[in-house]
Design a protein. Structure first.
Length: 400
């Protein structure tokens, strides 16, 4: 039987969790969703069971029944928005298979990096791009092996670069980025409205109890303790989600992200993305949500799957953040002293070619494969040298 090629979500290197065959993508902390759902649903159940029934007859023309139905329907809407926020691709930028080639255009590279180089060929840590007439620096991500697009950042929790990265929200268990920010704001805003709704009608119930029994507020709370619990709970929750709503309204009208606001708050520079409050608002709520750049259900062939596998072969490029012990034990044991000297000679010949400049820039042995082979040979030499040194030390110790 021939093994079928795996799908992309099965070999994905990020920390995401996939469900329904790759149709849903969550963050590694997706279990917090259950807590969030309980914090929303349980108070609404208490309100419908103990509070709304007391005030159904207070409103004519069946408006009393609407008081019971409305929060239940609104809660279902909030849960749907919550899962839309948490279960879709927030704007993950696909990883590169190999590091990009050094850019020949020095004008787009950081000047500080150019001055610090001494002839060595490597990738600059930043590049400069023009956004609305302003210079913006974009950073190189060593994990994803790419220059991040403007407003993109690498989430350390999900281990992905995310476009228009806002923040990683533990309450929804997902990054908030370009593709789900609209749903996130709708979720926070709708939760604020629900809290205020329950808070207001709990006070209506307390007022009715006072009028019916001619008692104080304290005695009214004693007759309906659920009203007191919900009033306290929704009061605290309203400050939390209401504050988030106000803060994100400010970010929307000024075209900022949470990450940019906290990181660049004291820079004193003009925001290059701010195009006026009306256009900023339209960009968030009335623009088309971009299509995901990842087809997580797509099948990958043998070459592509090796990109995402946890163990990399010697001839493949490795991210600098990967552990440097990924060479197999069989490969290390197969290297004897004669091969060790041969590898040394190859490295010296490569260095000689670089110094003399006899190698053309566009030979069949291109710069990418040059970087990969040299990088792996150095690692092989270093590992063999450590093992060889340890073996010599053990033999000397045994002879003594």
């Amino acid at each position: 039987m021939t093994a079928t090629n795996p799908r992309l979500y099965q070999v994905w290197k990020g920390s995401n969790r996939f469900f329904l065959g790759g149709h849903l993508i969550f963050g590694p902390d997706f279990r917090s969703l259950f807590l969030t759902v309980c914090l929303i649903v349980v108070p609404v159940i208490l309100f419908c069971a103990f509070i709304s029934q007391r005030i159904v007859n207070e409103f004519p023309h069946h408006l009393g029944h609407l008081i019971v139905v409305l929060p239940a329907v609104f809660t279902a809407y909030i849960i749907i928005i919550l899962f839309l926020t948490s279960g879709i691709d927030p704007g993950i930028v696909p990883r590169n298979q190999n590091p990009p080639e050094p850019d020949d255009d020095v004008s787009c590279i950081s000047v500080d990096w150019v001055e610090s180089q001494s002839g060595a060929q490597s990738l600059p840590p930043t590049k400069e791009v023009i956004i609305n007439g302003m210079v913006v620096r974009v950073k190189y991500c060593q994990t994803c092996m790419l220059y991040r697009p403007p407003r993109c950042s690498h989430c350390s929790i999900c281990n992905n670069c995310v476009e228009r990265f806002d923040h990683h929200c533990p309450w929804v268990g997902q990054c908030i980025g370009k593709r789900n920010y609209r749903f996130f704001f709708m979720f926070v805003f709708s939760t604020t409205v629900l809290c205020l709704y329950v808070f207001a009608f709990c006070w209506v119930n307390i007022r009715n109890i006072r009028e019916a029994y001619h008692c104080s507020v304290y005695k009214a709370f004693m007759k309906s303790p659920v009203s007191g619990i919900l009033i306290l709970y929704t009061f605290i929750a309203s400050w939390f989600v209401g504050g988030l709503t106000a803060f994100h309204l400010y970010l929307i009208f000024t075209n900022q992200t949470t990450y940019e606001n906290f990181r660049y708050h004291y820079d004193g520079k003009r925001n290059p993305y701010n195009v006026g409050w009306a256009r900023n608002f339209r960009e968030v709520f009335f623009s088309k949500i971009p299509t995901s750049k990842n087809n997580f259900r797509a099948k990958v062939n043998g070459d592509s799957s090796s990109i995402f596998s946890a163990s990399m072969s010697v001839g493949q490029p490795m991210s600098p953040e990967m552990p440097k012990t990924s060479l197999g034990m069989g490969k290390r044991q197969a290297v004897d002293a004669e091969e060790f000297e041969d590898i040394h000679n190859q490295i010296e010949s490569v260095g000689h070619l670089e110094r003399c400049g006899t190698q053309s820039r566009h030979t069949s042995w291109d710069r990418k494969s040059h970087w990969e082979m040299k990088h792996d040979m150095h690692r092989l030499v270093a590992e063999f040298g450590m093992e060889r040194g340890a073996g010599d030390a053990e033999r000397n110790h045994g002879s003594h």
